[in-house]
Design a protein around this ligand. Sequence first.
Ligand SMILES: Cc1cc2nc3c(=O)[nH]c(=O)nc-3n(C[C@H](O)[C@H](O)[C@H](O)COP(=O)(O)OP(=O)(O)OC[C@H]3O[C@@H](n4cnc5c(N)ncnc54)[C@H](O)[C@@H]3O)c2cc1C
Length: 277
Amino acid sequence: MRTKLRKVVRGKVKVGEALSKHTSFGIGGAADFWIEPVDFEDLANLMAFLREEKLPWIILGNGTNVLVRDTGFRGVVVNLKNLASLSVEGNSVIAGAGVPLQKILEETANSELEGFEFTAGIPGTIGGAVATNAGGKDGEIGDVIEEVSILNYCSLPPETIIVGVKIGLRKGKRENIRKKTVEILKYRKLTQPLNFPSAGCIFKNPHGKSAGELIESTGLAGTRVGDAEISTKHANFIINRGEAKAEEVITLMEMVEQEIFARFGIKLKREVKVIGD
Ligand SMILES: Cc1cc2nc3c(=O)[nH]c(=O)nc-3n(C[C@H](O)[C@H](O)[C@H](O)COP(=O)(O)OP(=O)(O)OC[C@H]3O[C@@H](n4cnc5c(N)ncnc54)[C@H](O)[C@@H]3O)c2cc1C
């Protein structure tokens, strides 16, 4: 399979790649194959081949909203870091799916375009951000997306691959954009455990409620299984204190789910995507 893949793809093909290197949690076993197509055409060829061969695949951006199981992923992990084009047209930013949000934010400040500051400090790619509708109290990605380009022949949702995005913003002043960005980053530092690896918020906020506050109220913050710990700074974060295993994180997630259901009758939905068998 390795030889066949190397014939089909022009980009990097790695075998047995440790996914812990590619996730913000620093957790996860190996993928059979890790592939970085060099451009859209390369990606399209690869996806046609994977469909033909019926090989399982997933897309991974910056790996900041995923938990990869300790057994890894049997199949192909496709990374779109080479879809890295970035340009400004009028009040719009056009970006390839692999561009980090922080790079786009920098570009919007340089181009004096306002309305993207809410992404300050979110460590994902724009492709991942659209797939997960990233954002928070200051805004969400769905509010600013004008167009999404997808690879549309290979599969139907939920396996749609986002290859590029057009973001609609408005004219603004560089100093205001920078000021707002700094404020948001300060607030994050104050409220999130940024000095430990994590995958951001583990659960979605249930309608009208904060998942973090609900978890906090159960007294579970600080609970530790192995090196995985429910953060005492933000109870909707689980942090990796060193060598945490995915199974330890999942044990904590299940603990939280059971406790919140028992106390409040609320079934928390997972924000973090668990990858692997
Ligand atoms: C410290 C920290 C703070 C965070 N703060 C926030 C926050 O404030 N708000 C917030 O919303 N999130 C936050 N996150 C979570 C995360 O950064 C965002 O969800 C981010 O947008 C995910 O992007 P990614 O490239 O890392 O996606 P990944 O984690 O690589 O992937 C996430 C999901 O999207 C899919 N995906 C990725 N790229 C594509 C693509 N091109 N096409 C189709 N599917 C794709 C993947 O298959 C996977 O299912 C935080 C994470 C951390 C570690």
